[in-house]
Design a protein around this ligand. Structure first.
Ligand code: FAD
Length: 493
């Protein structure tokens, strides 16, 4: 195991994509899973706080330490087994998503959850229940986790496999590898009917592996992961189309979203109409930021949609024709649609999507501005109201902003830019207003980034104090000395 204590050598671990910086005394870098156990056992005995570090791409300060120790997953980065017969892959937590995807693709497999940040680690993805553009068709990380090996706060090991350990109603018992039994009471909450990573997952009779997915490093170290994989579809059509009217853009999304969902359970080779696997949105302000790099964006475009569809070679022309006539129904810019069929062309579309956060980061650095980014989502039945209120509230804030995201899942990010203290106050109010609004529509304050340290004060927009208290009791049962990820999700007195 590598152990770093030199202040200069540990600087990179002390922050994440939230840009908040913490401090730590030591960073442990285990090279085997077993090396994690004595570190945790010692920290538990000495009550030393511990933070678990993935790639540090988190947006909510989850890995940012406040003294004590960090355990970095970076050397636990192996693919342990690809089992094509059972369509499973077993990995260590520090493998970057991009490396796993590349290896699987080279063998003809697809691992669909694809957060935009492809350098994030799979362990981090499990800890935050990460999701991405393909979540529209394929679901989030949770839907692919079959089995987890967890190292608990005292160094004991817990192995959970989907279908094997279930709660009895809202009561559950976890049995560790050393034979210790841990009893927990799950809160009786109604989980939002949309993407969600806000607090612990809880359902009557649930699979206990689900408790650890999205628990943001507060319940244990995710040390080994078995994921479901799928066959990689033969061909993909991708495209970006532009709109001059937001009402028509919404109608287009509703139309293609519903027709796509109707065909999700059919084999893509048998579908001749529109059946997108992803539907993503860029607002006019996002397009304005990208215009310098992409001159093909129509001057007066008020929004754009990026889509992808799987197809077989035989029906390529028919599907392209169907997609084109659907676009033509809703926008005069159909001829400006940017279509991608080859790997290179798809890579260009992915770069277009990724150029947005990169351009924003450059803007923040060069202008000295800061930003708040929301991560709200609602059930799709509220989609139109959600879309309109998100735009209205962001516009009325008087702040510079840009909205983009996973529109097929009724999940958009509003990014609010701040230049001074006055802006900061406005952004804080707007941020809270947007979260309040989505929860009024039975939605979530965090669909994919998690709560971390930055959103914990808003968790009560979704859950009552006694339900949050029940979540804290789960944490106490699994980590009685409260050493893991202090200040993430909740505060303890
Ligand atoms: C440009 C950009 C785009 C992004 N796009 C998306 C997106 O589309 N979808 C999305 O879901 N997210 C997105 N994110 C957020 C981020 O990439 C995800 O939250 C990702 O899952 C974090 O993984 P990580 O390895 O970087 O984890 P870290 O940032 O290192 O940690 C995140 C949290 O997970 C915990 N953790 C990490 N590893 C483990 C482990 N092995 N066991 C237990 N706990 C652990 C940490 O303690 C922390 O609480 C984006 C971020 C950026 C910067």
């Amino acid at each position: 195991m590598i152990i770093k204590t030199d202040s200069e050598l540990i600087q990179n671990y002390l922050t994440d994509a939230s840009n908040i910086k913490g401090n730590a005394d030591v960073v442990y870098i285990p090279e085997t899973i077993n090396e994690i156990k004595p570190v945790l056992a010692e920290c538990k005995d000495k009550k030393i706080p511990v933070w678990i570090s993935g790639a540090g791409t988190g947006m909510v300060s989850g890995r940012v330490p406040e003294g004590g120790a960090m355990i970095s997953m970076e050397k636990l980065n192996k693919i342990l087994e690809i089992d094509g017969e059972n369509m499973l892959v077993r990995v260590e937590p520090g493998i970057p998503l991009v490396e796993l995807q590349k290896e699987l693709e080279s063998q003809g497999f697809l691992y669909p959850p694809n957060p935009t940040e492809i350098n994030s680690f799979i362990g981090g993805n499990v800890a935050t229940n990460a999701s991405g553009s393909k979540t529209f068709k394929y679901g989030s990380t949770r839907d692919y986790v079959q089995k987890l090996k967890i190292i608990l706060a005292d160094g004991d090991e817990l192995i959970l496999e989907r279908g094997r350990q279930k709660a009895d109603g809202f009561t559950a018992e976890l049995v560790t590898e050393s034979g210790k039994k841990i009893k927990i009471e799950l809160p009786e909450i109604s989980m939002p009917d949309c993407k969600n990573t806000s607090g612990y997952y809880s359902q009557k009779g649930m699979d206990l592996v689900d408790l650890f997915i999205g628990s943001e490093g507060t319940l244990g170290v995710v040390a080994e992961i078995t994921l479901k994989i799928l066959p990689n579809p033969a061909n993909i059509i991708g495209g970006i189309c532009y709109f001059d009217d937001l009402d028509k853009l919404i109608s287009f999304v509703e139309d293609v979203r519903d027709s796509s969902k109707d065909t999700f359970d059919r084999n893509y080779t048998e579908i001749n109409g529109v059946s997108f696997r992803l539907i993503e949105y860029f607002d006019k302000n996002s397009l304005k930021m990208l215009k310098g790099q992409y001159s093909q964006i129509p001057e007066k475009a008020l929004g754009a949609i990026w889509f992808e569809q799987e197809y077989s070679q035989e029906n390529e022309d028919e599907i392209l024709g169907e997609i084109y006539s659907k676009i033509e129904e809703y926008t005069p810019y159909a001829d400006d649609t940017w279509i991608a069929l080859t790997d290179n062309e798809h890579e260009n579309l992915r770069k277009f999507r990724h150029a947005l956060p990169l351009t924003i980061d450059e803007k923040l650095v060069s202008s000295g501005q800061r930003k708040f980014g929301t991560d709200t989502a609602t059930p799709v039945k509220y989609f139109r109201e959600y879309f309109n209120s998100l735009h209205d509230i962001s516009e009325k804030s008087g702040l510079e902003y840009a909205i983009w995201g996973h529109i097929g899942n009724s999940h958009l990010h509003s990014n609010l830019f701040m230049s001074n203290e006055n802006d900061f106050e406005k952004a804080r109010e707007t941020y809270a207003q947007l979260m309040k609004k989505s929860t009024e529509m039975e939605g979530t304050i965090s669909a994919e980034h998690g709560i971390g340290k930055l959103k914990k004060n808003y968790l009560n927009f979704m859950y009552s104090d006694d339900k949050i208290q029940q979540m804290k009791e789960i944490k106490k049962a699994l980590d009685p000395n409260l050493i893991l990820s202090k200040g993430v999700l909740f505060d303890f007195d």
